[in-house]
Write a protein that binds this ligand. Structure first.
Ligand code: GLC
Length: 611
């Protein structure tokens, strides 16, 4: 029996309630295995930081095994249709303690290495499968055009071509031949999420159809050709109309013109933004072409509202059947019907999880992602025999170097929650025995033996989504939720305040410039490393440095940074984003009057030559 005929057969035996259950995706905190069985649920997700038990792979496998078993019960009005579990494994299986955490996409965009992307995806797939999960909401194919956006770090580049090449490589690495080692990909967020005015998260993208296709649709084409099984609808609007309710975007363009045969999943409560009337929001989003609904807590209302709308003739049964067919098709193509229960799958709880082999791939990615923006005085590479003063708020902080969507939705602080891996300081100290850590350089206030050079790691703290926006004004619409964060702000769906009101780093974190100037005043040469989720206005910090390196959000393998600073490898990263001069700059490659502080493609090596 062919896959499609198996789907036809199943569809033909399903009641309306069973069909709508397949269209429903609750969050794990709001659904039990018995409810999965009783309501015929098709998929479940973990929101950022929503983790079972001790948050080890074995805990995840046990959770997924229970959900799977419930979904496979049959008889007495039950049909065995395996559950599909989705997570935001966007830079490794980043929710799970001990996972290999890769650099966020902004760094990978600067590495610009498709082969490396495929290997990262394969390692990520293995560490996702270790937890009994089959689906990740990645890669993000946003083309971030305004660095103020709190999700800039989830974008590979401001350039659609670079995004397309890297996104395709990631999809091929994740899904491969859809065999045992594969994980289903999800291209997001469809479409134009990186093009909002002012970089406002979930905001308004205003542009012509030609510009939308050229900048924001184009990167999806190679990834769709690579067979990505799912696409996530975006919160933003296009020319005033929300993507979640946009029939032309979701159906006419994506499904009809581009021939996408997989499923479209809504974002976290994304349909709520269509109307104050939930029933109306359901009707609009289902009819527009959303197939699977991420309705974390109000999944019962969604089920009942959808059934009522079908019975009232507001949603045609053909649309329901098409939505369910697409979800069943994804499960078929992924081989989910033929895979054993999570507890019996070959990669579940694999010893490769967080292994040295996996971490070596991440450390390579860190090295290749670093971009040298300034290199004067011949202080690079730093000698391992030097007396090195290591300072800066991000020098010994794995949480900060990982950024958002790491163990917790908004990320974490310090080293305690990032199990395995190394901070940048730990990497330096392992290579340079005379290195000394004094994060605020207070060692200079007392007796010391003098220093040949300082490595000062400055930058941002972690953030995710709208809470990372740079803008003044009111609360942000925060998306994901579910579960308490390991530390730091408790994630909410009620929104909070933007990360900062300016891109000018010295206004957001004056302590960084203060440390640089203190060390400079002591006559010590300074190599500055910026750990951040985006380009920042750092004119004063650059002026206070002899060398200046953008390390982005390197993830758990901070030792990759000194691999380059101390000369075991040379710089090879180039800017995937134009670097701003002032707080109001919004330069992008190809603009008229293009005059950034550092242009797209810029990068120096340790001799000070262009890479
Ligand atoms: C969030 C994000 C999306 C993520 C989803 C599930 O709001 O917008 O990227 O996949 O919710 O956590």
């Amino acid at each position: 029996m062919s896959a499609e005929s198996r789907i036809d057969d199943l569809l033909g035996r399903m009641t309306l309630r069973q069909k709508v259950g397949q269209m429903t995706q609750p969050e794990r905190l709001h659904i039990t295995p018995d409810e999965v069985r009783d309501h015929h649920i098709g998929s479940i997700l973990s929101g950022g930081g929503s983790t079972p038990g001790e948050n080890r792979p074995a805990d995840w496998v046990a959770m997924n095994d229970a959900y799977w078993a419930a979904s496979m019960e049959e008889g007495d009005g039950l049909l065995p249709i395996p559950i599909l579990y989705g997570v935001d494994a966007i830079h490794g299986n980043n929710n799970v303690l001990g996972a290999t955490v890769f650099p966020h996409n902004i760094g990978l965009g600067c590495a610009n290495d498709p082969d490396l992307m495929a290997r990262i995806a394969q390692v990520t797939a293995n560490e996702i499968l270790a937890t009994g999960v089959e689906w990740t909401f990645a890669p993000t194919l946003a083309v971030a055009r305004d660095d103020r956006w709190g999700r800039t770090y989830e974008s590979y580049s401001e350039d659609p071509e670079r995004v397309g090449v890297l996104g395709e490589a990631f999809v091929r690495g994740l899904q491969g031949d859809l065999g045992d080692g594969a994980v289903a990909a999800c291209l997001k967020h469809w479409v134009g999420d990186g093009g909002t005015t002012g970089g406002v998260d979930q905001g308004e993208t205003t542009c012509s159809e030609e510009e939308l296709r050229r900048l924001h649709v184009a990167p999806y084409l190679p990834a769709l050709r690579a067979g990505a099984l799912s696409v996530m609808a975006s919160y933003n609007s296009w020319n005033g109309e929300k993507c979640h309710g946009h029939r032309w975007l979701l159906t006419d363009l994506l499904k009809d013109e581009l021939g996408f045969e997989g499923l479209v999943v809504s974002d976290w409560n994304g349909i709520d933004q269509l109307s104050d009337d939930y029933g109306e929001a359901i009707v609009q989003s289902v009819n527009a072409g959303v197939d699977l609904f991420m309705v974390p807590d109000q999944w019962r209302d969604f089920i009942e509202g959808t059934i009522s709308a079908v019975e009232a003739g507001r949603i045609p049964m053909e649309r329901i059947d098409d939505a369910v067919r697409r979800t069943l098709r994804v499960k078929e193509r992924y081989g989910l019907f033929d895979r054993p229960r999570p507890a019996d799958r070959p990669h579940s709880d694999t010893a490769l999880f967080g292994s040295a082999e996996h971490r070596a791939v991440a450390r390579e990615a860190v090295r290749k992602s670093m971009v040298c923006l300034k290199n004067e005085g011949g202080h690079l590479p730093v000698s391992k025999e030097s007396r090195i003063l290591v300072a800066g708020r991000n020098s010994n902080n794995r949480g900060h170097q990982c950024g958002g969507f790491t163990v917790a939705w908004q990320g974490t602080f310090g080293n305690d929650h990032i199990h395995g891996g190394t901070s940048i300081w730990e990497g330096i100290h392992a290579k340079a025995p005379k290195a000394v850590l004094s994060w605020d350089a207070s060692i200079l206030d007392g007796e010391h033996d003098g220093f040949d050079v300082a490595i000062v790691v400055i930058g941002e703290g972690p953030y995710a989504e709208g809470l990372g926006d740079v803008r003044s004004g009111g609360p942000v619409a925060a998306g994901s939720g579910g579960g308490l964060v390991a530390s730091g702000p408790v994630q909410t769906s009620q929104g909070g305040t933007p990360y900062a009101a300016t891109l000018e780093h010295r206004r957001n974190h004056p302590e960084d410039l203060a440390v640089l100037e203190k060390i400079r005043a002591a006559g010590i040469p300074v190599v500055t490393v910026l750990v951040s989720g985006r380009p920042l206005v750092v004119e004063h910090e650059i002026d206070a440095s002899d060398a200046f390196v953008a390390a982005w959000l390197p993830g758990s393998e901070g030792a990759g940074v000194p691999d380059v600073l101390l000369g075991d490898h040379d710089f090879q990263g180039t800017l995937a984003f134009s670097w701003p001069r002032t707080d109001t700059d919004r330069f992008n490659r190809g603009d008229d009057d293009y005059d950034p502080r550092f242009p797209y493609g810029f990068g120096l090596d340790s001799e000070g030559r262009r890479v």
